[in-house]
Design a protein around this ligand. Structure first.
Ligand code: C2E
Ligand code: CA
Ligand code: CA
Length: 643
């Protein structure tokens, strides 16, 4: 209560209302009040001249007030002094009316109207000054009236029904009460105004923040794709004006997902920040580096003299990645693949340029990563061809143009067929047979392999069911599974469904996976493989010896057999005393780990003999049979059974 009163009586300096334009508000209010004062002067003169013989009092008194305020205006406008003077002025007019009407009670109404008008200022000072003016005036004139003292012949009556301190007190209370009410309303208005002003400021601030976040990547603070495109417009305009070229570098970190998956997103994020920092430090001021996706960055290099210098810069970027990256106590190795497209040589269109750089980046990846590749017209043609194939594959699956061929797997010592590998063929209605090397990688890139993969699994399992019905209950069939399929949660349920709906023995079904499958998504892959193993499926490691081939991986993964890559078999020559340490080691390693060892691509008898001598149990290859149709495979089985 006390503090409320205190706040009321504490005359505010300029209130913190609508901060920016409050001074303007006061200047404006001063003008309005001067006009109102002028009008009052007119009214005072008018009223006094028609009703009484004291018109000079209205004209001169009102004129004096107006005059003094106009004189004060240039010196005090906008200040609290001016407002206080106006408060006094307004009130003096009330008093002129009152006295001039010999203290008629109705004339006192003007006091209350004048106080209310003063609230225009949104400042309590003029209101309280006015109230005090009235009270002081009433005190003085009550005295004059009481003692009938004349003052320059002017009417001194303020109360037409008698006078006395009780009446002064009564008037004073009413006036003061109104001043309090108005003061309170002003206070509320000011608080509301401040609040509104603050929220507007907050919105403004938020907008600024939003416009930053909408243009920048939140993790690294680098420009984002949208920002990059708008900056590129400027870059293009400059390149055109000065007839210069610029290069678009499309960077994609190699095996970044591994780091994320094995060490966690925290480490991944910190590494991305470190990479952004590094890239920023490597480019010049008028170059641009932006992050446009998870581990994808774009660098725009301006002003290079010739391709030679450009290549040097790019090599430097590649080298920079070879440093050891220390992130949260992990020592990480990192590399990147870079695709390069050049404006205006490759394209004059920004979107196309980015696409071309992307295409070139994929080539760098395909050629072994950790390198750069320039966009070329041939590459473009190749990509167009691939796009056509990608589209055509969907139709082909509907039109039943895909078939599985089966290549027998042989037990070396007995010569018996123990199973087969399903290998896909595309019997194109126009182009004839297309081999998997021409379309599997495309299917992997487009994601079509997921659909095709499901078809391959279903087809293999159905084939197994036919084998079972024909009485071949100990022959297994394997199918190749791509990395991309392992990234998908459906792989396991696809296999499980197929096995149960066809009612086959899971032990007759095998999958062939490459080391890259295992390496790419270690944790997820391991989990899926364990589930498969639990189902009783046979798991074969394909192309062994070409990748990491580490013993520790062999131990960690629940595999049943090892397929030695064809390149090792190719090395075996007819020469009598040739020895192949690597090949021998792989065979020995398989045996130690209790794995079935199978060699692929055996074309010659001496290769088979060599493998047999080293203890390799199974083989597969043209020497026995090429991949054949299902009917032919059944015929081979029939022949093999009777032999
Ligand atoms: P892969 O899994 O290593 O399959 C072995 C490849 O070697 C097959 O080629 C096979 O026909 C060929 N081959 C077998 N024996 C010999 C031989 O004695 N000499 C020679 N020169 N080649 C031999 P293909 O059928 O063209 O398949 C190539 C690759 O395509 C496969 O390599 C596999 O990675 C992939 N692939 C084939 N079918 C499928 C499939 O159904 N799904 C998936 N994801 N990939 C498949
Ligand atoms: Ca295979
Ligand atoms: Ca293979």
């Amino acid at each position: 209560m006390n503090s409320m009163l205190e706040n009321f009586f504490k005359l505010p300096s300029i209130p913190n209302f609508a901060e920016k334009n409050f001074k303007d508000h006061f200047l404006q209010a001063d003008k309005v009040m001067l006009v109102l004062i002028g009008i009052q002067w007119f009214i005072a003169t008018f009223i006094t001249s028609i009703s009484y013989d004291t018109y000079l009092y209205g004209f001169f008194g009102g004129g004096l007030i107006t005059f003094l305020l106009v004189i004060a205006y240039p010196f005090f406008k906008g200040t609290q002094v001016m407002r206080a003077l106006v408060g006094i002025g307004m009130m003096l007019f009330s008093l002129i009316y009152i006295q001039q009407h010999l203290g008629r009670i109705e004339m006192h109404f003007h006091v209350f109207i004048a106080l209310a008008i003063l609230s225009i200022y949104k400042d309590t000072v003029p209101v309280f000054v006015a109230a005090v003016t009235t009270i002081v005036h009433h005190l003085i004139f009550n005295y004059l009236q009481f003692y009938e003292i004349s003052l320059f012949d002017m009417p001194v009556m303020v109360f037409n029904y008698g006078c006395g301190m009780d009446i002064v007190l009564l008037h004073g209370i009413f006036v003061f009460a109104e001043a309090l009410v108005i003061g309170y309303i002003i206070k509320l208005q000011i608080e509301y105004g401040v609040e509104q002003n603050r929220s507007e400021n907050q919105i403004l601030g938020l907008n600024e923040e939003l416009s930053f976040t909408s243009l920048h990547d939140s993790l690294t603070g680098l420009p984002n794709r949208y920002n990059l495109y708008s900056q590129l417009k400027l870059t293009v305009a400059n390149a055109n004006r000065y007839e210069r070229k610029f290069a678009v570098l499309f960077l994609d970190l190699d095996h970044f997902k591994n780091i994320n998956d094995t060490l966690g997103h925290n480490v991944g994020d910190t590494l991305l920040k470190a990479v952004s920092h590094k890239l920023k430090s490597m480019i010049r001021e008028n170059d641009i580096v932006a992050r446009i996706g998870g581990d994808e960055f774009i660098i725009i290099l301006n002003d290079f003299n010739d391709l030679g210098t450009l290549e040097q810069v790019i090599s430097k970027i590649l080298d920079a990645f070879h440093q050891e990256w220390v992130v949260q106590k992990h020592f990480l190795r990192l590399s990147t693949s870079i695709g390069v497209a050049i404006y205006p040589d490759d394209s004059q269109e920004i979107n196309e340029l980015m696409k071309f750089a992307d295409i070139a980046m994929y080539k760098a990846k395909a050629e072994g990563r950790d390198q750069f590749s320039f966009f070329t017209a041939t590459l473009n043609a190749q990509v167009h061809e691939e796009v056509k194939i990608a589209h055509d594959m969907h139709r082909a699956l509907e039109d039943h143009e895909f078939v599985l061929y089966y290549q027998p797997k042989i037990h070396i010592s007995t010569g018996k067929i123990i199973g087969a590998e399903a290998l896909i063929r595309w019997k194109h209605h126009e182009k004839g047979i297309i081999y998997p090397n021409s379309f599997i990688s495309i299917a992997e890139n487009t994601g079509f392999i997921l659909k095709l993969g499901t078809w391959i699994i279903d087809e293999t399992v159905e084939m197994l069911s036919r084998l079972q019905h024909a009485g071949y209950t100990d022959i297994h069939v394997s199918c190749n599974v791509s990395t991309r399929q392992f990234q998908n949660l459906h792989l396991y349920s696809d296999i499980e469904n197929a096995i149960f709906t066809n009612g086959i023995n899971p032990a007759q079904f095998a999958i062939e996976i490459t080391e890259s499958v295992m390496m790419e998504y270690l944790d997820v892959t391991l989990e899926v493989l364990k589930k498969m193993k639990g189902l009783g499926i046979h798991i074969c490691m394909d192309d062994f010896g070409t990748g990491y081939s580490s013993l520790s991986y062999l131990r960690r993964f629940p595999i049943d057999s090892l397929k030695i890559d064809k390149c090792f078999v190719d090395d075996i020559s007819a020469n009598e005393n040739n020895d192949h340490i690597l090949l021998n080691t792989i065979i020995a390693m398989g045996q130690t780990l209790n794995l079935n060892v199978i060699a692929e691509g055996v074309e010659e008898a001496y290769q088979m003999e060599y493998l047999k001598a080293r203890g390799c149990e199974y083989y597969q290859g043209y020497y026995f049979a090429k991949p054949v149709s299902e009917d032919e495979f059944f015929a081979l089985l029939e022949k093999n059974r009777s032999s």
